[in-house]
Every structure is written in structure tokens, then in C-alpha cells.
Design a protein around this ligand. Sequence first.
Ligand code: PLP
Length: 445
Amino acid sequence: MTLADLIPTLRTSLSCRLEPGLWPETTRATCDGQLVVGGVDLAHLAARFGTPVLAIDATDVRSRCRAYREALPGVEIAYAAKAFLCRAMARLADQEGLALDVCSGGEVAVAAAGGFPGHRMVLHGNVKSDEDLKTALGVGVGRIVIDSIEEIPTLAALVPARQQVLLRVVPGVDAGTHAGLTTGTEDQKFGLSIATGAAAEAVRRVLAHPELELVGLHCHIGSQVRSVTRYVEAAERMVAFLAEISREHSIELPQLDLGGGHAVAYAPGEQSVDLAAFARTVPAVVAAACHRFGIAVPRLTVEPGRALVARAGVTVYRVAAIKHGVRRTFVAVDGGMSDNPRPALYGARYPVRRFGRPVSVPSAPVTIVGRHCESSDVLAEDVLLPADVAAGDLLAVPCSGAYHVSLSSTYNQVGRPPVVAVASGAAVPMLRRETIEDLLRRDAG
Ligand code: PLP
């Protein structure tokens, strides 16, 4: 038992403290149990939209977009739309002057429907169907990142006019992250390896196609990358390869896209990437390496996804049931792995906060489980909640803005939750709740 558990007033006042660095910028927690994001009381949001519901603090997203642009002047910031995309999000990225990393015809179409200009989109993907390519070409996509040898003639045959392309290269750098989030090492499905000669061969083949204009190289070493040193390593290898291309083909490629993967903190004590250190170090390393090799310094692009949107999101669940096991107490909520598969996929950890009423009893460890027919449907293991947590209580999970909606499913035919932008006291729907009618619409009968 902690000191806070012994002294009720201390317990109440600690209950209104938020874990630093995990909640949206505008979050306020009061000692009577109120939780407010973007000026909107999340209990009112839950009453209006039902639960689960995902609140996105639009002010938080905008301020992170601005922080990237200010920290990295002259560097193109391309928001990785796979982290979270809907028309309103595409509009917001456009308004903040970002480029957009898209990786399917669907992402292209949603972004374009949100008014995002095609020429500021960069199309990725290790497999791009003809449909994907045609959709992207149809909106005048700015650049296409070639990921395989096979893609080169396919794309060359489809482009209506000379098309700018980049080549995705495997730099052979371990990002030091979860194995499921590592994409810069040898022997994986993304990109073309420098080490095996596949990247050099792809350069030769692209240059043999006058329909394609090779403007640069791309790499993405992984996600949840905390160490700036890994980016430095990747940047140096990429510049060395630019220099090799320059020697072999007498061309200087003007662009270098270093991908995304900038880590965010999901739980107390976790570290996010140090943006200031990244900004201080990486462009300088690229410039110095280019000078060493005697080649022109390319324009840099970075593609943060979760770093722009993760912290802006808070998911609100309602407690449905409590079960006291022999060793553990299970708190079952009305969502789960269908709206957040990250704990099951990557062992992601989240803090959980009960809100909507004051804390008047000591806290106790519980396991938050979802409603789905899988025992791996665990949203948070061993988190502290007030011991009187009961059915009907509201729970909030921060850091829900990235890869929750985009990785969500309709498992057990449960409709996906609504997403609501909250800012200046207003709640504006971004995505409505998926209904049974939505689910039946694609059922061919
Ligand atoms: N760029 C590329 C090519 C990616 O594959 C990804 C994520 O998978 C990203 C950027 C964004 O990564 P993150 O959201 O971790 O920044």
C-alpha cells in the first residue's frame, strides 16, 4: 500500500495528475474525476457518441506538425497517412503544409477526396496493384517509390507522362526496435538491398526507362525508433549509395527520403525520439557525407506518422464486467482488439485512467480485457485502477491516435468506433460508428 492509499486527500489530489508526456496537449483532469480534452468533457463525449469512442485533439496534431516544420526547416515533412487517415485528417495535413505518404489506391482516394493535392503525395508499398498505380496516376501523384524490380516495367507501361520515382533501398541498419517493426535490415520484404546488388540493378533498370525520372532514394528503417544514431547510420549508408550511383551513372539524385518511424512514448518511463537531436544531427550528417563524397546535398524528406498523431488520441471505453480470478482481476470493456490490436501484435503497453467520478479508495492492479472471442484480447496488463471500479465506469486510454483506426477490424462483426475531433470545446465527427447495416452492405448474400 502506498502513502497515497493511506491518506485519502493525497490520493484524491494525485488522481487528478496526468502521466507526463502521454496525454494530448490540451488535456485537463480534475480531482472530481472530470477528464477534458480539447475543451470537451470526455464523459459528455461518451454520452453523445456512445462507447467506445476515439477523441482526436486537433490542436495537438497541428502543434506537432508545426514543431516538425520548425525543427526541420528545408526538410520536407510527409505525414505517413497509414498512421491515421480520413478526409478531415488529409485536410489538416494539407493545411499544415505537409506532404503525404500514401501506400494504396485507397489511401490515395481518401486523401484526394479530402482535397489533398496529388502532386504532394508520395506513393509507397512493396506490392502496388495496377489499380493502386492507376488511382495514384489519376490524381497526378508527385512521386512513386519503386520497391521491386518487377514494378519498374509495369509502372513504365502505365504512366501517362514522365513520372518522378524514388527507389526504396535496404540500408542494412537495425533500428533497434520490435522485430515486427524492423524494416531496414537484410532479408525482409521491403525495398532493394544495397548489399546484394539488387538496388544497383534497379537503378540501372529505372534509368533505362525514359518514362521514369529517378529523383532519389528512400529508406525506412522501422517504427518506434528511439535512437537518432540509427538514423545517422542509415543516412550515411544512403549517401554512400548516392555517391556510388553518381560514379556509375554520372547523375546526382536530388532527393533523399529517410522514412519515418520516430518513436513516441506509450507508457510512463518510455522514451520518444528526440526531435531536436534528430534535427541537429541528421541533416548535418547528410551534408557532411555529401561533401566528403563530392556530391550535391539532396533535399531531405522525413515521414513521421505516429509522432504526429499518436498522442492526440484518447479512446474511451465503458466497463461492462469485473471478474475476480485466483490471481488477477479482469476488467472487461466494450471494445478491444478490434479497435486496438497493438497490444496483441506488438505487446504494446498503455496506461488506463478511470474517470467520470472521484477516486475515493486505494488503487489495485487489474487486467483490462476486450469483448472479443480471443484470450489474447488484452488491452492493458497489470494497470492500477481504483479498487471500486465497477460496470458502467468510463476508462480512458491515451496515445490512441496512431495505428488504432488504421489497424482496426470488424472482428466478431463488431462495428468500428467513431472518431471525433475535439478542439476549442467543440466535438466534430471525423468517422461515424460502423453499423450493422454497414457490415451487411458488403455481404453478397
Ligand atoms: N514511411 C514508411 C515507408 C512506413 O512504412 C512507415 C510505417 O510503417 C512510416 C513512414 C511511418 O512510420 P511511423 O508511423 O512509425 O512514423
